[in-house]
Ligand binder design. Sequence first.
Ligand SMILES: [Mn+2]
Length: 244
Amino acid sequence: MGNSGHISCFLFYPNPSLSASCFSRTTIPINPNRIQVLIHPAVISRLSDLKLQNRKSSFTFCCGNMSLEAALIVEAANFAAEKHKQQRRKDPEKTPYINHPLGVARILSHEAEITDTAVLQAALLHDTVEDTNTTFAEIELHFGQDVRNIVEEVTDDKTLPKMERKKQQIAHAPHCSHKAKLVKLADKLYNLRDLKRCTPEGWSEERVQEYFQWASEVVRGLRGTNSILEAKLDHLFIDQGIAV
Ligand SMILES: [Mn+2]
């Protein structure tokens, strides 16, 4: 990018129907001191779904040198932080809830070597519908259909009693998409590590053991998805005296 003259770029319009027609090519003058373009969040999320040849370079213009993928992931982290801002985890330290989705996404990126942006976004957002006032429509509006579908697959039906929801997780696990299975594996790995790190207030040893047992049954239906995550989960199960 030069520092004077004009630059060829995409012009973005907020368009409720999110059709490709919300893009048009144009040229705008460059201000070397301040480049600022506002893009509607729905359009940003839609970028990942559209097969734009040079979408990356168009976005580079919009967000300095940040890649489109990085911007989409930061957007999801911020959305989840806003939604979970009043919530705490059940551990005695009352850890901020957002530590959990951030940790799940980190397990996927840093341990399982997952680079799929939609999977990492869905990991960050995976508890927003289940545990806050967020709707699936809202997830789709901001992050697109692919992310919405993954979040939908990993969200429990809260109208069911707790025991029923736990049974449903075991039953549904084998029928999930590959992307949803990745998020589920990382979610279980995070929660089991957390349980070992420190027991939630009011949990007996038996309850911890029951949780491990249940988690191992869910994981059984997720196998064949990611060998790194499955090996790490198996290690935890064996350590807890559970056959895998
Ligand atoms: Mn979770």
